[in-house]
Design a binder for this molecule. Sequence first.
Ligand code: G4P
Length: 199
Amino acid sequence: MELLQEKIKQNGKVLSENVLKVDSFLNHQVDPILMQAIGDEFADRFRDCGITKVLTLESSGIAPSMMTALNLGVPFVFARKRKSLTLVNDLITSEVYSFTKQETNTIAISKEFIGPSDRVLIIDDFLANGEAALGLLDLVQKAEAEAVGVGIVIEKSFQDGGKKLRNQGIQVESLAQIRSLQAGRVQFLEEVQHETTTA
Ligand code: G4P
């Protein structure tokens, strides 16, 4: 997605060979015009899949999920990482280990909002090692719903989350795929493929 790649090139900051900071439009301040375009793109890619719910994980998945759900005309649900005062009964939970933070979070949704008749599209901001996406897939399975696919705003293709999901036969649609963050530079997978085909 060209608009997203441009935004990453202009505003993304490479913090290390593994971490890209996008606080100015996705992880802290949010660009609503870009989120709308992202929502439109995900909706187009999954339009014919009969989706009834979009599912994400708080907090940075919320903005792109909401715009996708708006376009598809369905509700979205965000799994919680922290205990909620009101979300106490009929919980479905899963454990998610973060390699980046080296901690495990229990994520939870209510049975009330995702059930056996749902076809679920999972959306998240980053795909790194895939732990968050696998945790969300586990919630969908425990809810006896069907996971239709996974939409990712930024996939770091040099980490193995994408491979783990695709090897399970899951449709993964990533709007930007980063091949490398080496030498302080963002290199997109698409650029490499383009260079190879035009060489
Ligand atoms: P995984 O789920 O793919 O295994 O990823 P990992 O444990 O490595 O990531 C944990 C958190 O770090 C997630 O956010 C994820 O989105 C974020 N993250 C991973 N790699 C990057 C990166 O290169 N840049 C940025 N900006 N974030 C990254 P989170 O803790 O759930 O945060 P939030 O949703 O509350 O903002």
